[in-house]
Design a protein around this ligand. Structure first.
Ligand code: TTP
Ligand code: MN
Ligand code: MN
Ligand code: MN
Length: 359
């Protein structure tokens, strides 16, 4: 027999990494509103509040039906008073005043425009906002000091605002594969991030690169970027060396979203026609083979799914998960894994395929 709505609600688990969250779901009219409030909280440097709204939205994404009334929400986890008030107003009036006034506000719009510039974070955007600046044009007009990333961000702003299509991601994949094969035969390349989760557009294209012979991947990134540079394919790149040391980054260090792989934040020049081209953000990450499963899990996302995996590991399993390793604090040892499936198993979680990690 088919479970009724209330039974369905009781089956919704608390942690996003315990649930299947498809890309297309039934409650965008609610999740989009809650995500505006989440984003606004982030702009106001209120991480706790931002995550609370994001978790609430994520629960609604996992529901197999459209929410029709407040009764449907009974016994669902992660829905705080504030989220419930917003949902109630939308169900009754079609929209939430708080959400609409946030969306229209000068601060929200300016922060969205300014943090939308590559190389600009919330703190910098907030400083500029308080100085009266509202847009990339304002930065140019007033001659703001910009670092190299921000200069590229302003220069290619319009292109980088346009979503990257899967077709464009496939063209970039071919280029990256060609570059990697040219400088290190036998290397493996995997498309990560939103595209691995089945999205058909993204804000960038993410790649993870490794080589089955551990050690061969060392120092690979400069070779790749040099090759791309020689072909005239790079508009911007900043490479960071691998700085991971198991002894220092493992259990002693708080689990953090930032990993320490050799990586490159770049902007590619992509040919889109015989005389047209556009700028596309590309992230390249190089992982040693022994960490590849953890890197794959860490770079697939979504960001909330990753966050929940780490929270689950820490709070429920006394383990510490990063994109490099899984450490068991009770047994005092690292758990080695070759596949994502093994990592889910170590964590006592049902395996969730990438297409259902859209939390
Ligand atoms: P993003 O590219 O930021 O996000 P996305 O691919 O899910 O969405 P979009 O389509 O908008 O690009 O990040 C991809 C994954 O990489 C995400 O799961 C988090 C992870 N990541 C890290 O592990 N470390 C980092 O420093 C960053 C920036 C991302
Ligand atoms: Mn469905
Ligand atoms: Mn991405
Ligand atoms: Mn990325």
């Amino acid at each position: 027999t088919k479970p009724n709505i209330d039974q369905t609600a009781m089956l919704v688990k608390t942690y996003a990494c315990q649930r299947r969250t498809p890309l297309k779901h039934h409650n965008s009219f609610l999740t989009e509103a809650l995500e505006i409030l989440s984003q606004n909280a982030e702009y106001n440097d209120n991480e706790g509040r931002s995550v609370a709204f994001r978790r609430a939205a994520s629960v609604l994404k996992a529901l197999p039906h459209r929410v029709k009334n407040m009764e449907d929400l009974r016994s669902l986890p992660c829905l705080g008073d504030h989220s419930q008030r917003v949902i109630k107003e939308i169900l009754e009036d079609g929209s939430s005043r708080e959400v609409e006034s946030t969306r229209q506000s000068d601060q929200f719009q300016a922060m969205k425009a300014l943090t939308g510039i590559f190389g600009v974070g919330v703190r910098t955007a907030d400083r500029w906002f308080r100085e009266g600046l509202r847009s990339p044009d304002d930065l140019v007009r007033t001659g703001q000091q910009l670092n190299r990333a921000q200069q590229a961000g302003v220069q290619y702003y319009d292109d980088l605002q346009k979503p990257v299509t899967k077709a464009e991601a496939d063209v970039i994949s071919d280029i990256v594969e060609k570059a990697v094969r040219a400088v290190l035969p036998g290397a493996e390349i995997r498309l990560m991030g939103g595209f691995r989760r089945g999205k058909d557009v993204g804000h960038d294209v993410d790649f993870l690169i490794t080589h089955p012979e551990e050690g061969k991947e060392e120092g690979l990134m400069p070779k790749i970027t040099n090759w791309l540079e020689e072909q005239g394919l790079l508009l911007y790149e900043k490479t960071t060396r691998n700085s991971y040391l198991e002894k220092m980054d493992g259990p002693a260090r708080a689990p953090n979203n930032m990993d320490r792989f050799e990586r490159c934040f770049s902007i590619f020049k992509l040919q889109t026609g015989s005389e047209t081209e556009r700028a596309v953000r590309v992230d390249l990450v190089v992982s040693p083979y022994s960490q590849f499963a953890f890197a794959t899990l860490g770079w697939t996302g979504s960001k909330l799914f990753e966050r929940e995996l780490r929270r689950w590991a820490g709070q429920e399993k006394h383990m510490s998960l990063s994109s490099h390793a899984l450490y068991d604090s009770k047994q005092n040892l690292y758990l080695r894994a070759k596949t994502e499936e093994e990592i889910f198993a170590f964590l006592d979680l049902e395996f969730i395929p990438p297409s259902e990690r859209n939390a």
